[in-house]
Ligand binder design. Structure first.
Ligand code: UDH
Ligand code: MN
Length: 346
C-alpha cells in the first residue's frame, strides 16, 4: 500500500513539473510570435507616414518619457554630434496639414506647451524657439510638422513660443521677438533663443538650432532667393543669440513698424557691441520658404531703412529696457505655447 501511495505521489510530482516546463516554454515562444504592444505601435506609425517620413521623423520612437528620465540617475551630456541626424530632408507644402493631424503625429513625444527634452542625455543647450505670428495658421501647421522632429533629433531641450500680435495694427516682428524673449524666460531658464519666421523650414537637419560664441544666422540659403545669401550682413529669417548676447545688444529695437530693417538694425547692434556673426556652411543651411504674398498691415515702411542708419544713437534706450506690451492670452497647446499680445501699435 505504502509503495502504491509513493509511486502515485512521484507520478503526480513528475506531471506537475512537466506542466510547469511546458508552460514556461510556451510563454517564451508566444512572445516571439506575438510582438509586444510598443512594437506594434511603432510598426503602424511607420506604415501611416510612409517611406518619405524616414527623412523627417525619428526612426525609433524615444521610449523613455520625461517623467521616467527625471526620476532615474543623472544623465550624461548629449554627444556633440546628435546621432540620429539624417542630413537632407524632403520638405513640401502641397499637402494640407491640420493642427489635429500634427498633434497626432508629434504630440505624444512633447510636453504641454511644445516642450521637449531628450530622454537619454542632458541637452547641451536650453533653447526657446520664438516665432513671430499673425494670421498664418497654415504656415504654422507646416512649420510645426517639420520643425519638431528636427529639433528632437538635434537633442535640444527646447520650447516653442508663438508670439501672436493681437489686433490689426501695423505688424512689429522685432517687438514680438523681444516679447518672446521676456515671456519664455518667465517659464524656464533658457540659455539660447532661436528667432524664426513661421514660413522658413530647414531642409537639412545638420543645421543645428544651437547658439555659439557669436550670434548665429541659420537661414543662409533660401529657395526663394535661389539659395544665394543676399548680403554678408543679412541676419533675418532664422537667427540665434544666447541670453547674454541678446542682453548685450539690448534686444531688438521696438520701433520698426511694418516690413523691413529690424534685422539689419539687429546686425548693426551686434557689430556695435563688438561681436560678429557666424553662419553654418551654405550647403547645409538650406531652407524652403512657404510661398506667400505681402500681408495686410505689414507694408514696406520706408522710415525703417532710415532708422537702420541710427542704430548707435538708439541702442542704449530702445530695446529690452524700453519694452512695453500687454499679454492678452497665454494658450498651451501640446505643440506650442501661444502668447497673444497687444504691442501698442501707433
Ligand atoms: N508675420 C506674420 N504675419 C504677418 C506678417 C508677418 O506672422 O501678417 C511673421 C511671420 O513669421 C513671417 C515673418 O513675420 O514669416 C516675416 O514676414 P514676411 O514673411 O512677410 O517677410 P518676407 O520678407 O516677405 O518673407 C515679405 C513680403 C514678400 C512679398 C512677396 C510678393 N511676391
Ligand atoms: Mn516670409
Amino acid at each position: 500500500m505504502k509503495e502504491k501511495i509513493s509511486s502515485v505521489l512521484a507520478l503526480s510530482a513528475l506531471f506537475t513539473l512537466t506542466c510547469f516546463a511546458v508552460f514556461l516554454l510556451h510563454g517564451k515562444d508566444s512572445s516571439l510570435v506575438f510582438p509586444s504592444v510598443p512594437q506594434q505601435v511603432v510598426k503602424s506609425n511607420r506604415s501611416v507616414f510612409g517611406a518619405m517620413m524616414d527623412h523627417v521623423w525619428v526612426k525609433k520612437t524615444p521610449d523613455v518619457s520625461m517623467e521616467t528620465a527625471a526620476t532615474s540617475e543623472p544623465l550624461g551630456p548629449c554627444p556633440d554630434t546628435p546621432p540620429s541626424l539624417v542630413g537632407p530632408l524632403l520638405v513640401e507644402f502641397e499637402t494640407k496639414r491640420s493642427l489635429e493631424l500634427v498633434r497626432k503625429q508629434v504630440g505624444s513625444l512633447l510636453q504641454q506647451g511644445g516642450r521637449y527634452r531628450p530622454p537619454n542625455c542632458t541637452a547641451r543647450q536650453k533653447v526657446a524657439v520664438i516665432v513671430p505670428f499673425r494670421n498664418r495658421s497654415q504656415h504654422l501647421n507646416h512649420w510645426l510638422y517639420y520643425l519638431h522632429p528636427v529639433l528632437m533629433r538635434q537633442q535640444l531641450d527646447y520650447g516653442v513660443y508663438v508670439i501672436n500680435q493681437d489686433g490689426d495694427g501695423a505688424f512689429n516682428r522685432a517687438k514680438l521677438m523681444n516679447i518672446g524673449f521676456n515671456e519664455s524666460l518667465k517659464e524656464y531658464d533658457y540659455d539660447c533663443f532661436a528667432f524664426s519666421d513661421v514660413d522658413l523650414v530647414p531642409i537639412d537637419d545638420r543645421n543645428l538650432y544651437r547658439c555659439s560664441d557669436h550670434p548665429r544666422h541659420l537661414s543662409v540659403a533660401v529657395d526663394k532667393f535661389n539659395y544665394i545669401l543676399s548680403s554678408k550682413t543679412a541676419f533675418g529669417g532664422v537667427s540665434l543669440l544666447t541670453q547674454q548676447q541678446f542682453l548685450k545688444v539690448n534686444g531688438f529695437s521696438n520701433t520698426f513698424w511694418g516690413w523691413g530693417g529690424e534685422d539689419d538694425d539687429l546686425y548693426n547692434r551686434i557689430i556695435h557691441r563688438g561681436m560678429s556673426i557666424t553662419r553654418p556652411d551654405a550647403q547645409i543651411a538650406k531652407y524652403k520658404m512657404i510661398k506667400h504674398g505681402r500681408d495686410l498691415h505689414n507694408e514696406v515702411n520706408p522710415e525703417n531703412a532710415v532708422k537702420t542708419q541710427k542704430t548707435a544713437e538708439n541702442i542704449d534706450t530702445d530695446g529690452l529696457n524700453s519694452l512695453n506690451f500687454t499679454v492678452k492670452e497665454i494658450m498651451k497647446d501640446v505643440l506650442y505655447t501661444l502668447i497673444s499680445v497687444d504691442v501698442r501699435s501707433p
